[in-house]
Design a protein around this ligand. Sequence first.
Ligand code: PEP
Length: 251
Amino acid sequence: MRKPLVAGNWKMHGSRVDNAALVRGLLDALKSESTAEVLLCPPYVYLWETGRLIKDSDIELGAQNVCAETQGAFTGEVSAAMLRDVGCRYVLVGHSERRQIYGETDTLVARKFVAAQSQKLTPVLCVGETLDEREGGRTVDVVTRQIDAILAVSGVAALASAVIAYEPVWAIGTGRNASPEQAQEVHGMVRGKVAALDATIGASVRILYGGSVKASNARDLFSMPDIDGGLVGGASLKAEEFARICAAADH
Ligand code: PEP
């Protein structure tokens, strides 16, 4: 049985005061008997403080990005070892905003994936197609290419300690989520692809859905057989709403 995971990607939002209120609200609102794993990904500068606030809870800490290099003259970058040092256990790699706005290629994303695992961080590999790609019938090609870039460098065994997040770009921050059936189609394809290489890893790898997840659509999405939780942007900034999404992932 795969343990569901619900990750909140705060993107570049918040402040020390806002975050403390958000985390306290979340700690109050999350059900103690929850079976889902909950992960918070604040901006870099708030990682340490968020880690302090959640230290007596089961909530995990993750970063939104990582440098592919280990250390040195890379002004403005943050290494995987530094993330580990401030208490992160997870890191997002290949978020579509990194790919689209900052030009991160499949090759760079694969290097970040390797850097994360080298420090025992679990990478959450984000994949997904744009609207043009979906309308051009290229969804499977794009998602396959993004996963193949990781497999080429790390091999299928690396997916045993990774999470995949399917995030159709047209659904991120748009209020327009993929339907449960649309998402399941891609999740099923991804799981089948991994299972063809390694049946055990295919059965155990967690595949999250991201893209306008809300309390009102989470249960239907998470009830699909190959959707193991969510990567949540906007709705993770509201404690009550995010807690309801986490509850929707409970078995
Ligand atoms: C995201 O930031 O990865 C995301 C899915 O955002 P939203 O939930 O706001 O669509």
